[in-house]
Design a protein around this ligand. Sequence first.
Ligand code: G3P
Length: 213
Amino acid sequence: MEFFIDTANLEEIKSLSTWGVVDGVTTNPSLIAKEGKSQKEIITAITEIIDGPISAEVIATDFDGMISEGQELAKIHSNIVIKVPLTIAGLQATKWFTENNIKTNVTLAFSANQALLAAKNGATYVSPFIGRLDDIGQTGMDLIREIRAIYDNYGFTTKILAASIRHTDHVKEAAIVGADVSTIPYKVLTQLVKHPLTDSGLEQFLADHAKSK
Ligand code: G3P
């Protein structure tokens, strides 16, 4: 399973990049807006830290606008993945980017049928938002399970990118049900490593070692 970091914060990306477990980065307009710099500046800086897929989202909602923004973003670095929303124009743009060898991440996926459409148009990734489904009383993880079954039935190669991850159990469950990638916020990724028995066990080992000759 691949791990992406779901942030546009360069300090967070730098700090997690040293762990050896980060394969890529996802951003969105809300994450970029928090940083007080332009999307181009931030995405360029991320390419200098992480050597892996970096999702940069278009703002345009029409086909032509998505294509021209996506082409500009793709020029920044060969690792850029163009993130488009799951709309008709987004699906049309996905097909165009696929035919022009530009990678895509089709975002804001909330149903298995939407994910099926993204795969049919050759999306590199589809991003089901599991936390936002949980927020409205549905079980986000069921969506990942359904998409996995559909993609496996037909051999679609679109990668399932579990997004809107809110806690460590989301990461575990996404791995169990077969998501290809989890995009994880900084706070959740740092929590993955922690267990109280690891801390107390280590403390005990060090105390015992101090007593040994
Ligand atoms: O990058 C998209 C996604 O992960 C958003 O998460 O927490 O805003 O639902 P959230």
